[in-house]
Design a protein around this ligand. Structure first.
Ligand code: ATP
Ligand code: MG
Length: 332
């Protein structure tokens, strides 16, 4: 059976981008077709300036939202990365397989390290090595597929390189995974700056729709989205990035293609109104279920406990095999 792994970082509140680019596919497709594991990758949230209490709170919130969005513990495994030691155990071996040049070439490292420097802070070494830990997350579970938004495709490519290299040097140990990126909404852009990706850790929040935004707040953000000069609604990511972004969001919510939808609108205002309504409709059940689950924290704890047990069972043999293959003496 196909094995799927994907994760989400507790670096901020989950966004519409996270939902349309990743989580919705996990819920609607992946958990039904494969043995799927979904992880709140909390160790990755420590790669940038962080507040401990906030990371803890956001980890719980992310897990709760994944369940609220429709992940079913009977169909898939939901767990927290730091509950399973195999991730960091394997990460070190992969660090011994990767080069620093490979890490410095990662686009996200370039962007996020620049942001940290601009904010006056230092760049944590873990930000540089983060893609290696991500590779360990994936390879520990022998995942075949990694459903992610477009921005993570480069990291999955690196994961493939590391797996192939390790297998060639030390004998076949890892499954070589592939990224699965949705055809629409693979990169939702910030509503106030449609040339940059909507990201949950960004400081400017006016262009970000969060899953837990009050409906009025989410509606206002969409109605105030930056659109382009001109008034014709066309789907052109280069020439009209703001309008194209709205069309992608709408298409992802309602079906159809962005180009087809463009032909049905005569004004930006109508497009914004319909997009806002479609988004609110999509998020309403998630918000409602989230509120229910918040009233039952024991349930979420139990799901995460059982998820970690299963994840550990799956990861341990692969990670032990990697330890043996690379030349470490097994404990007697
Ligand atoms: P951060 O700003 O901390 O990197 P993020 O919003 O990028 O947060 P991640 O936890 O890095 O979220 O990514 C979780 C998943 O959501 C990944 O599969 C990622 O590709 C996807 N994703 C993130 N942002 C978007 C977006 N704007 N559009 C589509 N998919 C996205
Ligand atoms: Mg990200």
């Amino acid at each position: 059976m196909t094995r799927i792994f994907s994760g989400i970082k507790p670096t901020g509140h989950l966004t519409l981008g996270n939902y349309l680019g990743a989580v919705r596919q996990w819920v609607e497709v992946d958990q039904h077709k494969a043995d799927a594991l979904f992880c709140v990758v909390d160790l990755h949230a420590l790669t940038v300036d962080h507040d401990p209490a906030r990371v803890r709170r956001l980890s719980r919130q992310a897990a709760t939202l994944l369940l609220a969005a429709g992940l079913e513990p009977a169909r898939c495994t939901v767990f927290v990365q730091s509950h399973v030691d195999e991730h960091t155990r394997l990460s070190y071996l992969l660090e011994c397989t990767a080069s620093d040049g490979e890490m410095r070439r990662m686009i996200q490292y370039k962007e996020k390290s620049a942001r940290e420097r601009a904010a006056g802070g230092g760049v944590r070494l873990s930000l540089l090595t983060y893609p290696v830990l991500m590779a360990a997350d994936i390879l520990a579970y022998s995942a075949d597929e990694v459903p992610v938004g477009d921005d993570q495709a480069q990291h999955v490519e690196l994961t493939r390189d590391l797996a192939v290299r390790f297998n060639q040097r030390y004998g076949h140990t890892f499954t070589v995974p592939k990224a699965v990126v949705p055809s629409v909404a693979a990169r939702i852009m910030d509503l106030q700056d449609p040339t940059s990706k909507m990201g949950k850790s960004h400081a400017e929040t006016a262009g970000i729709v969060y899953l837990l935004d009050e409906p009025d707040v989410a509606r206002k953000k969409i109605m105030r989205a930056v659109t382009d000069s001109g008034s014709e609604v066309v789907y052109d990511r280069e020439a009209q990035p703001g309008v194209a972004n709205l069309l992608e969001i709408l298409a992802s919510c309602t079906g159809g293609t962005p180009a087809e939808l463009a032909g049905t609108y005569a004004s930006y205002g109508a497009l914004k109104r319909d997009t806002a309504e479609a988004v609110l409709e999509l998020l309403r059940p998630v918000r409602e279920r989230h509120a229910e689950l918040c009233a039952d924290p024991g349930y979420v704890d139990a799901v995460l406990r059982e998820g970690a047990v299963r994840a550990r069972e799956l990861a341990r043999p692969t990670v032990d095999a990697a330890y043996a293959a690379i030349g470490l003496l097994p404990p007697a």
